[in-house]
Write a new protein. Structure first.
Length: 454
């Protein structure tokens, strides 16, 4: 073993022995001590920036697993993000202020002002401000910080793969638990309820569309393979909303890509996957999304409860349509847009809609689309029939859409000319890919070709 490696390992062992020796005699304290020792050793060995990035990747992997919590409202994903951002503070200070699209900034300004005003005008000001702070933390603070961190395109890929990996782990856990891991016959994976499990699946599916264009074409079978457990989790969750959102994204996919072959492959593949998943789930004796679409008892009860909640929400909205009713109990009405309107009034709803529009717009911009915005489209559809406003399952993904807004502003990247077969080298440089998933041309030395901007 080389000197630096031996020193590194030795430091870790000494730290572990020291901290364990100083902790109380309990298993939980000993585990916490070991984790602390490993963390300190990694910090010394890799440095603050690499350690911070590693914690962020881990936080992204844990984002769809909100059952893994420290307290009721704080998950291990939150802890990893906070620690990672803390270690990356020097990088953020050097980077400066965030650079975000005007549409998003206008929406955030309206949402923030409307939310503060609505909280100050209702009884229970502190409770309302506390509820609104959760929305701001997810939809504003997380987006701002991630934009200032300004991860590279490869790191964005790592975040996307980490989230997909976390959802696959949740799916495997659900399969292993079988009927014991269900709520009213619906699987929940490593989440707190079936709808969160399905929501993680639909957003992971959107990320896999992005990753499909980011990997080398000969490796796309890996992405297709990952779609199997991800799609299974949506069916297994019994969430009709998540299945509908996946269907919408699947239909929009070939429209955005403008490819007839994509139409055939996507639609036929989705149909076969749905049928195959349904057969597998029926064999396991579990309630499936397709069962609930046909109106079983569980679906009928959910429909009645949802209809009553929507009626209550609209009644409350019309009592105070301008100032709102406060954010203390915002997640009640199974419609994210209605929840914002009830809590903050109609002007605050306008701000929220502008934020959502800024997450979808990159998919339909001039030139190559930002394919991360498939996730924005997926959540925009979910918000019409789902209650989730600020959970890390959602915003850990949505914040990726805007992190590199200023990296390729409206830049047209045409497809590169294919290389002549005779000039290809078995050990030649790999082609890179930009954020939108288009291959970047390179010289024979592997350097990217500079393009004039449009």
């Amino acid at each position: 073993m080389k000197g630096p490696i031996a020193t590194f390992v030795g430091l870790g062992v000494l730290l572990m022995l020291l901290i364990v020796g100083l902790t109380p005699n309990s298993l939980i304290a000993a585990i916490a001590a070991v984790i602390l020792a490993v963390g300190l050793t990694a910090l010394v060995g890799f440095g603050p920036e690499k350690m911070g990035i590693g914690l962020m990747v881990l936080g992204m992997a844990l984002a769809p697993l909100n059952a893994l919590s420290i307290t009721g409202n704080v998950t291990f994903s939150d802890l990893c993000f906070v620690l990672g951002f803390g270690l990356l503070l020097p990088r953020m200070l050097a980077r400066g202020r965030p650079k975000l699209p005007p549409l998003y900034l206008i929406g955030v300004t309206i949402l923030f002002v409307g939310g503060i005003v609505s909280s100050l005008l209702v009884p229970g000001v502190l409770a309302s401000l506390g509820g609104f702070l959760r929305v701001v933390a997810a939809a504003v603070i997380l987006v701002f910080i991630m934009n200032v961190v300004h991860p590279s395109v490869k790191l964005v890929d790592a975040f996307a793969w980490a989230y997909v990996g976390g959802q696959i782990i949740s799916t495997l856990y659900s399969v292993a638990k079988g009927a014991a891991g269900t709520a009213q016959g619906r699987a929940i994976g490593l989440t707190t309820q079936p709808n969160f499990y399905g929501l993680g699946g639909q957003l992971a599916y959107a990320l896999l569309i992005y990753l499909f264009y980011r990997v080398n074409p000969k490796h796309r079978w890996i992405v297709i393979g990952a779609m199997v457990p991800v799609g299974y989790s949506v069916l297994n969750s019994g969430s009709r909303a998540s299945l509908l959102c996946c269907a919408i994204v699947t239909i929009v996919w070939p429209i955005v890509e403008r490819s007839a072959m994509t139409w055939y492959v996507v639609i036929s593949g989705a149909f076969l996957a749905a049928i195959g998943g349904e057969v597998a789930l029926r064999a396991l004796g579990q309630t499936t999304t397709l069962d609930r679409l046909t109106g079983n008892i569980s679906a009928q009860y959910s429909d009645q409860a949802r209809e009553q909640l929507l009626n209550d929400g609209f009644d409350l909205f019309w009592k105070h349509p301008i100032q709102g009713n406060g954010w203390a109990t915002v997640l009640l009405y199974h419609n994210a847009y209605l929840e914002v309107a009830v809590a903050g009034g109609v002007l605050t709803l306008v701000g929220f809609v502008l934020i959502i529009a800024s997450l979808i717009k990159p998919l339909f911009q001039n030139g190559p689309p930002n394919r991360l915005a498939y996730a924005g489209l997926s959540y925009a559809a979910f918000g019409m029939i789902g209650p989730t406003l600020y959970d890390r399952i959602v915003w850990a993904v949505l914040c990726l859409i805007l992190v590199t807004y200023d990296q390729h502003p409206d830049e047209v990247e045409p497809e590169p000319e294919p290389e002549p077969v005779a000039k290809r080298s078995l050990r030649g440089p790999r082609r890179g890919f930009d954020l939108r998933g288009d291959a970047l041309p390179t010289t024979l030395d592997g350097e990217p070709v500079n393009r004039p901007t449009a």
